[in-house]
Design a protein around this ligand. Structure first.
Ligand code: TMP
Length: 245
């Protein structure tokens, strides 16, 4: 049974629909940083991120990366039908350059290029501060299976290649990003999209909230503008959106 109450996250809401295999994902104007310690509302952010996510998830689907996005709920710039997933309790982070917590953790400067992109698994927990976890510890704690651990790294590296090329062609440098995955809660079908209960796929979203993107002069067009007060947040998000569509 699906609950009839929406799940309200920090930047999105998940609403049940009449079909238990489908949810409605609403991108909200809320923005947060530092595990929810800094929060604000930026009018129009939800619509920008929803559009950004649609461009990226559609490109990934066309390239064979199964994901939760079904289609836009008519007339609404922020609402999308998505496949209902049981989310894995981990976040997957891929880095092409040093930035953010990587620099703090290892005492290195921002902007080092990685010949081999790094893959990190983190526990999804604001309370614990989303700590880094070794894949075999996540398996030992039964957060994911061993097969899922191997698949997640493979899939994230594949997605990174696709995103780096796609965004790079528009002049954007993909510095790092976070992805989340889950398994379909039930068999389902919408239009010509079909899925089976248990199918493991990309969920959540990809937007300037969940990645670092630099323009050709190295200016951040992502949530670092908010975290570090680097300039008008939505001007940066809009510029990134205009470049990719
Ligand atoms: P980090 O450098 O703070 O570890 O972040 C790495 C990438 O993951 C960066 O693109 C931002 C993204 N991210 C999220 O989307 N949500 C989070 O909760 C965290 C910690 C990072």
């Amino acid at each position: 049974m699906t609950t009839k109450r929406p799940y309200v996250g920090k930047a999105k809401e998940m609403h049940p629909t009449d079909d238990p295999s489908i949810l409605m994902m609403r991108f909200t104007d809320d923005i947060s940083a530092f595990d929810g310690k800094q929060v604000d509302s930026l009018k129009g952010k939800g619509a920008i991120n929803a559009a950004f996510n649609q461009v990226v998830f559609s490109m990934l689907e066309n390239e064979g990366v199964k994901n939760c996005l079904i289609d836009q709920v008519s007339m609404s710039p922020t609402d999308y039908r998505v496949i209902a997933l049981d989310m894995l309790p981990v976040e997957c982070i891929v880095r092409n350059f040093s930035a953010g917590s990587f620099c703090k953790r290892y005492g290195v400067d921002k902007g080092m290029v990685f010949d081999t992109p790094t893959f990190e698994l983190c526990v999804k927990s604001d309370e614990l501060g989303d700590p880094f976890i070794a894949p075999n510890a996540a398996v030992a704690l039964k957060m994911i299976t061993n097969e899922q651990a191997l698949w997640l790294e493979f899939e994230c590296q594949k997605i990174n290649k696709l995103l780096t090329k796609f965004l790079g062609d528009t002049g954007l440098t993909l510095v790092d990003f976070k992805l989340e995955f889950g398994t379909a809660v039930a068999d389902g079908e919408w239009g010509n999209v079909k899925w089976k209960k248990g199918d493991l796929m990309l969920g959540d979203e990809f937007s300037p909230d969940s990645c670092r993107l630099w323009d050709e002069t190295g200016v951040s067009l992502d949530k670092d503008r908010y975290r570090q007060s680097l300039g008008d947040v939505l001007d940066g998000y809009n510029e990134a959106l205009e470049l990719i569509r």
